[in-house]
Design a protein around this ligand. Sequence first.
Ligand SMILES: [Mg+2]
Length: 282
Amino acid sequence: MKQNSEQNLSEVGQAGAVTQKRPFTAILLDMDGVLFHGMEPIDGAIAFMEIIADFPHAFITNNPIRLPQAVADKLEHIGFKRPLEKFIVTAGEATASWLAQQKPGFTFFAVGAKGLRQSLSQYGNEDPENADFVVIGEGEGIDYSVITTGINLILKKGAKLISTNPDTTVDAVIQGKRRVLPGGGALVAPFAAATGQTPVTIGKPESLLYEMAMQVLGVKASDCLMIGDRPDTDIIGAQKLGIKTALVRTGRFAPGEALPQCMQKPDWDVNSLSELLRVFGW
Ligand SMILES: [Mg+2]
């Protein structure tokens, strides 16, 4: 545990319930690499969620593949208490909401797994011939023909290129093996290269997901602690808004691994959620 804020730690105290004095009143949680890898809960994550169950918290994920209902299903299936869907903010939901603000009744061409298409369809209509937006998500579905359709919409029809998230990779477990999958930030690259258009990016470290989560919790940035495994998205995005941060080394970075020099240190840098509980005296 690298202690970066002695004042914060002293305010938290050493023992007692979660209700004791603390430097935040709500928790925002990333999920991949924090609560689970693929369909496997991370050691200590279920116990952590049970201990903070009555504490205001929301889940924010750059993963646009699943709708909030499917995320809640997954959490329940792998052993977590099922959260209310309104407390799950995905990059797919945030993208759909943002596009609806830009152009009510928008049309889209979605690239990636079907969850993104479902999110966008709540506010817009799919139209591969005349889409207003070419929206890049994650998961299967990108091939030569999809890239061709997307770049022609941008170059010939004036569609705008949207990336649900900037993650270049996604950590996954497939048939019991840890695998690295391409993320939204990688899948958008051929569209950007072919058209010369810089995508508008929605997910962390941009502010929209944090803002949507804080709105549903009824809290402000200075009230919150963000727990994530990726310094480049989870931590930097929260720091920009003035949200306190805890980095857990159960995903993108392993215990002891050096962090990028260009980023500010998180307020807490711990090996696991179990260690964070000990630090907070919970
Ligand atoms: Mg993560």
